[in-house]
Ligand binder design. Structure first.
Ligand SMILES: [Zn+2]
Length: 292
């Protein structure tokens, strides 16, 4: 189990899936084998399979325990959800909640859920199936969503020509939380309780946010899909196919790396392969990951 200590906080990775979902050269338009060759020593086997050309990506949540509170950041794909457009995410049945329990948190103990953005692999466990209805998985939590993302995907959901939004995830994993009165929809930068700050980091989605945890002079940055894969530390301008506004996404990625290198914060993305966490060091004109 991947854990780290940030001041008084304990953070734990809760795995849903970890494997080979996407071909590297289709995932990153900027991918060139000759640019990656020098990185194979650290990329294989936890980040890339050169035999198939597939990236190895993790889909996980971060559990943060601080001051007696339990907070979950990003909630993966979820179980029993119809995602026909992504066969490897369709009708999953993973022991995610058992892993969460093994890490020390039962669903009713979660105090807050925060989603970095509202894509399908970041909202799934917001809800679970109960007698044919989608109900909040974490009944005692408030769920923090970005207003810009919420409004953006709500408009798609309501447009018969464009909806349903997010492969159906808006309807089965976001709206039931709002209807249950558990959503806190946050507009722009905000302080959340004592230890968290939200900062806009648009591009991958219009309302993507960076979530910063600070405790006792230590920081961790939960960066969602601002950066998907550790190779982007070396190539910050490489966007994934899923980045809706590539120019803005690259700008937010560069800002994240500068902020990490300048502050010494631990970087906790949602999809990096093992060891899943790293620090960022400035080197020459660019950056390098310093894995723990
Ligand atoms: Zn993602």
């Amino acid at each position: 189990m991947t854990t780290a200590t940030i001041g008084a906080a304990k953070i734990t990775r809760i795995e849903e899936t970890y494997g080979f979902f996407f071909e590297a050269r289709k995932f990153f338009a900027g991918w060139r084998d000759e640019l990656v060759a020098e990185h194979l020593s650290w990329m294989v086997p936890n980040h890339y399979d050169p035999a198939t050309g597939y990236l190895k990506l993790s889909i996980h949540s971060w559990l943060i325990e601080i001051g007696g509170k339990k907070i979950l950041i990003d909630t993966c794909i979820g179980n029993h959800k119809s995602r026909a457009a992504r066969p490897f995410w369709n009708q999953l049945d993973t022991p995610y909640l058992s892993r969460l329990a093994a890490a020390g948190a039962r669903p009713e103990e979660i105090d807050m859920v925060m989603c970095t953005h509202l894509h399908v692999d970041h909202v799934g466990w917001n809800t679970r199936l109960d007698n044919g209805r989608w109900v909040p998985t974490f009944p005692n939590a408030r769920y923090v969503f970005s207003k810009i993302d919420y409004d953006y995907f709500l408009a798609i959901e309501r447009d018969p020509k464009k909806g349903p939004a997010i492969m159906g995830a808006f309807g089965d994993s976001v709206l039931p939380v709002v209807e249950a009165g558990l959503a806190q929809i946050v507009d722009g930068a905000a302080a959340i309780e004592e230890h968290f700050k939200i900062e806009p980091a648009p591009g991958h989605t219009p309302g993507h946010v960076l979530i910063k945890l600070a405790s006792q002079n230590a920081q961790a940055f939960f960066s969602g899909d601002i950066i998907h894969h550790a190779i982007q530390v070396y190539h910050p301008t490489w966007n994934s196919f899923a980045c809706l506004d590539p120019t803005t996404a690259a700008r937010s990625r560069l800002k994240l790396l500068e902020d990490c290198a300048g502050s010494g914060a631990l970087l906790a993305p949602t999809h990096f392969g093992a060891p899943h966490l790293c620090h960022i060091d400035a080197k020459g004109e660019g950056f390098i990951p310093r894995f723990r």
